[in-house]
Design a binder for this molecule. Structure first.
Ligand code: ZN
Ligand code: ZN
Length: 507
């Protein structure tokens, strides 16, 4: 029981300094869509041990609830017990959706200490492990969605497994080391709740509902309905987000993974019905972005915001949402992605580059964010290898600093070094054959700024040497996170130059 309600952070083998290689190309990510077919890990899950303590507790609560309802059916007890069950269930629901999920797993907003304490207590009653355990596991789900090995409740392993089968097996979480946990470790509320999770969960999930029953002289029926039955409701409603939401419903924003959305799910989960949106824009404090979306969690967050109790509400950019929707609408209508997504320039000019014949299909349709423009305006690479290819073209009139006359400049390590050194705090990552200035994106990055800094070019470092890893290609292409089409597009907009990787390495 202890491990069931406490969770488990067992790690598998540690990651070596160099991540595993992947055959996944950015182009295939963009053009093919389904990420389940595009995972670095092609292996099948190893046979797992039964997690007896989990299995016992989970089964016991179900059986106890059945017996309890048999002896205290709704018709034979005070209505107050049924109201208590509903309230107790909803408290757990919002503790999980607002607290565990949107605040802690995705950092979709910031909250005062009082709100964090309340959400931690409410979420504890959901009996899904401490905030730390549950959030790290959920981050793993987002990073490796559908991967049969690394997604803790991969939908690709079947509806039953994704719903509750995973609970019965001891996990190893081999990729857990890659998941950012600093924010969780630094939060005293999270630390306290993790340390004292068992008594907090038992108190909020079973003892307090029973004590409420004393008010109307029915502590035992209150325990059955406000404790046992409400636990089963919160469990299965939450689990539906892992199972049904990856099984049936609409995909208006992305078909890169199995996530989907349904109204029934939204009603049962306090508004977590638009799971397709959630996977596409996980840092958004809303699950349903539309005013018509059933999303009580969003309404509560807005209410707390109006009282000044929460701040920093994050939203996906309107333009990104519209583009995601139009992509899917096009694909639904014609069966293929829009042409601009098929002919991505991220990979298809490799041959041109290596052959020295220039860069074809360089096509930047994005615009730099305001900060980014200011950050790089006027900069010109000194002494860089500038492309002279007549085949190079661009659509963008608001071109990047290193685009000269519609041509991308090609930078060596020296140029990157100079660019980074021009402004303190500038954050540049090298992805594939691109130099990407992510300074303006630090605050927006769903996984936080720290991870971008970690993989950014450090002044004086040797690019692409295995003992230092300033090259973000692996991390971006699915090693660290399976970046969505929207993320790829955002990245493209932040490029400042081509990177002459070979020559840079030689320096
Ligand atoms: Zn999911
Ligand atoms: Zn999520």
């Amino acid at each position: 029981m202890y491990r069931m309600i406490y969770g488990d952070l067992t790690f598998g083998s540690k990651q070596s300094g160099r991540p595993p290689s992947t055959n996944l190309s950015l182009l295939s990510t963009i053009a093919m869509g389904a990420s389940s077919a595009a995972f670095p890990s092609n292996s099948t899950p190893k046979p797992a041990q039964i997690w007896w303590s989990n299995a016992f507790f989970f089964t016991y609560v179900h059986l106890a609830a059945l017996v309890g309802v048999y002896f205290y059916p709704p018709a034979a007890i005070s209505r107050a017990n049924l109201v208590l069950a509903f309230i107790s269930w909803q408290i757990s629901v919002f503790g999980i959706t607002i607290g565990y999920h949107r605040l802690y797993s995705h950092r979709a907003f910031r909250a005062s200490v009082g709100v964090r304490v309340a959400l931690a207590a409410m979420g504890s009653s959901g009996f899904q492990g401490s905030i730390k355990v549950r959030c790290l596991r959920h981050r793993l789900h987002h990073r490796f969605t559908d991967d049969p090995v690394h997604d803790p409740y991969a939908a690709t392993r079947g509806l039953l497994f994704s719903h509750m089968g995973w609970i019965f097996f001891k996990p190893t979480y081999e990729k857990m080391e890659l998941v950012d946990r600093e924010d969780l470790d630094n939060d005293p509320v999270v630390r306290f709740q993790h340390k004292h999770y068992v008594p907090i969960a038992l108190s909020t999930g079973f003892i307090i509902p029973s004590l409420f029953g004393c008010l109307w002289g029915e502590p035992l029926p209150a325990f059955v309905w406000g404790g046992l039955v409400a636990r089963i409701l919160i469990w299965h409603c939450t689990f539906l987000v892992n199972s049904l939401a990856h099984w049936d419903g609409l995909q208006p924003y992305s078909d890169e993974d199995t996530s989907r959305g349904t109204l029934i799910l939204a009603i049962l989960t306090g508004g977590e019905g638009s799971h397709n949106f959630q996977h596409t824009f996980p840092h958004d404090f809303r699950s349903g972005p539309s005013i018509l979306s059933w999303d009580p969690s969003k309404w509560i967050i807005k209410l707390l915001h109006s009282f000044g109790l929460v701040s920093g509400l994050r939203r996906a950019r309107e333009r990104d949402m519209n583009e995601a929707k139009s992509y899917m609408a096009h694909k639904d209508k014609f069966g293929v992605p829009p042409p601009e997504y098929v002919n991505s320039e991220l990979d298809d000019d490799d041959e041109d580059f290596s052959s020295g014949s220039g860069f074809s299909s360089v096509d930047d349709s994005g615009t730099q964010s305001e900060e980014g423009e200011g950050d790089s305006s006027g900069y010109r690479s000194a002494g860089s290898v500038t492309s002279t290819s007549s085949t190079l073209r661009t659509r963008s009139s608001s071109s990047k600093s290193s685009q000269s006359g519609g041509k991308w400049q090609v930078w060596t390590r020296k140029d990157v070094e100079e660019y980074v050194g021009k402004k303190p705090g500038r954050c540049v990552v090298l992805i594939g054959k691109w130099v990407v200035d992510v300074t303006s994106y630090l605050g927006e990055h769903p996984a936080g700024a720290a991870i971008l800094r970690k993989y950014s070019y450090k002044s004086g470092s040797a690019i692409s040497k295995e003992d230092q890893s300033p090259d973000a290609t692996w991390a971006f292409e699915g090693g660290l996170n399976n970046h969505s089409r929207a993320a790829v597009k955002n990245m493209k907009e932040l490029r400042v130059a081509r990177y002459h990787r070979k020559e840079g390495n030689e320096e």
